[in-house]
Design a protein around this ligand. Structure first.
Ligand code: EPZ
Length: 414
């Protein structure tokens, strides 16, 4: 899917089920490398990053298959071989193989990971944390080479990095003594990873808080389920807000979306939750004021671009303050091409609501940026063309068919 054609300006309606979370599935699948045994993981989204993770596991000697949303893995014969650069460079989460392989084998070699270009994305918290756990980690010409059976200890994270928390949690599974991670990230995807590891016998406490404790334990085969994708849900909510209409999303966790639903409610959308669904009714929009991104439970940086796209026509001025990544306004140019009035100054973007948007030709920049372009185009009159749309395949299962099911005129051209 390189190019998408969108005919905007039609309200959405209908009901759609949300898939499992990309950012939970990737660490959970990677965790299977740390735990020799059979793994059955339900609700895995059929997306490119999941397939890349399965390819890495297969390369390392596991058997891995995804059937009807369930991943079946046998990691008993897996070995600690270098992760191929061609696979690692496709996604950020390949760096988690460091922690997983260290836990099981006491050595790992992983090339610098790829992923969305959002400015500097250092790995210092991963590497200094692993060093605190007694592992020697060196960068040899763009390959991170780590050696040493992890000991116990306390790691303090300077910032609540999701990836560093996951890497250290995985590495801690093989530690000879208790491990504490202070300043840990609290995202729902970390809670999902910890739940899966507990199903494999791990002794983990404190997930969802900033203090994580891992004690040595015997690990075994496991079964579990990936939590709902809050960013997929946020994207559909934004599409409905941009287009108007009434959409119900099922199979999700409304609490994990409170910042996004709170913002869209302030913008004038009526949002009704049940325990596992959300219904959005959207009409005329007004500015919700200021949106400040931050680590969970603050407003998620991944939703900043789609929410900005949804509010291009909201009356008044909406300010976006991006505090997590230094370069996460790459979608702004395309949204301006649709007619959005946006000014960027450093980490601040101000969006002055316009009366109408019109279709444009846009180029996808990154996963959520491309999603924002789809949302913007759906709210614009006329035809838009999104090229470089393959970014979407990394993280959205069936985005085009999903939007079509809600009545959008959208088509993947190739
Ligand atoms: C995860 O990336 C997600 N990716 C990202 O989702 C998400 O945007 C991000 O968390 C924040 O929520 C996956 O889960 C695969 P971080 P990650 O480490 O782990 C700084 C999407 O669109 N930092 O929490 O890479 C870093 O520069 C993607 O689905 C350090 O300084 O994010 C950033 O400013 C994109 N040193 C902040 O922490 C480190 O060693 C948060 O990054 C690590 C991070």
């Amino acid at each position: 899917m390189q190019t998408i054609l969108i005919q905007g300006g039609r309200p959405l309606s209908g009901t759609l089920a949300i898939h499992g979370s990309k950012n939970a599935a990737l660490p959970v699948l990677t965790a299977a490398a740390a735990v020799p045994g059979l793994h059955r993981i339900e609700n895995c989204p059929d997306i490119r990053d999941v397939h890349t993770t399965l390819e890495i596991l297969t390369h390392l000697g596991a058997s891995a298959a995804l059937k009807d949303g369930t991943a079946y893995l046998d990691t008993r014969a897996l070995v600690s071989a270098p992760v191929p650069r061609a696979l690692a460079c496709r996604m950020r989460s390949s760096v988690l193989f460091l922690g997983a392989l260290l836990a099981r084998f006491g050595r790992a070699e992983v090339p610098s990971p790829g992923g969305c270009v959002l400015g500097l994305r250092p790995l210092d918290q991963h590497l200094s944390g692993l060093a605190r756990l007694g592992v020697d980690c060196q960068d040899r010409e763009g390959r991170m080479c780590a050696e040493g059976k992890p000991t116990g200890g306390t790691v303090i994270l300077r910032c609540p990095s999701v990836g560093a928390t996951e890497n250290l949690l995985l590495c801690a599974l093989g530690a000879s003594g208790p491990v504490q991670i202070l300043g840990a990230a609290k995202e729902p995807e970390i809670v999902c990873l910890a739940a899966y590891l507990r199903a494999c016998g791990a002794k983990i406490r404190g997930d969802g808080t900033s203090v994580l404790t891992i004690e040595p334990a015997e690990l075994h085969s496991g079964e579990g389920r990936i939590c709902p994708d809050r960013m997929e849900a946020a994207t559909y909510l934004c599409a409905a807000a941009a287009c108007g209409g009434s959409v119900t999303l099922t199979d999700l966790c409304p609490q994990d979306l409170e910042q996004v639903t709170g913002t869209l409610s302030k913008a004038g959308c009526a949002i009704t939750p049940t325990e596992t669904s959300l219904t959005i009714r959207a009409g005329a929009l007004q500015s919700p004021g200021m949106v400040v991104t931050g680590p969970h439970p603050a407003f998620p940086t991944d939703a900043q671009a789609p929410v900005m796209a949804a509010l291009l026509r909201a009356e008044g001025t909406t300010l976006f303050h991006e505090t997590v990544f230094e370069n996460r306004f790459r979608h702004v140019k395309a949204l301006k091409d649709l007619g959005g009035e946006i000014r960027v100054q450093g980490q601040l973007a101000s969006v002055r609501g316009v009366q109408a948007l019109s279709g444009a030709r846009m180029e996808g920049t990154d996963l959520r940026g491309a999603a924002a372009m789809v949302v913007g185009a759906l709210g614009a009159e006329g035809t838009s063309v999104l090229t470089q749309a393959q970014h979407l395949e990394r993280g959205y299962a069936d985005l085009v068919p999903g939007l079509r099911a809600l009545g959008a005129q959208i088509e993947a051209l190739d």
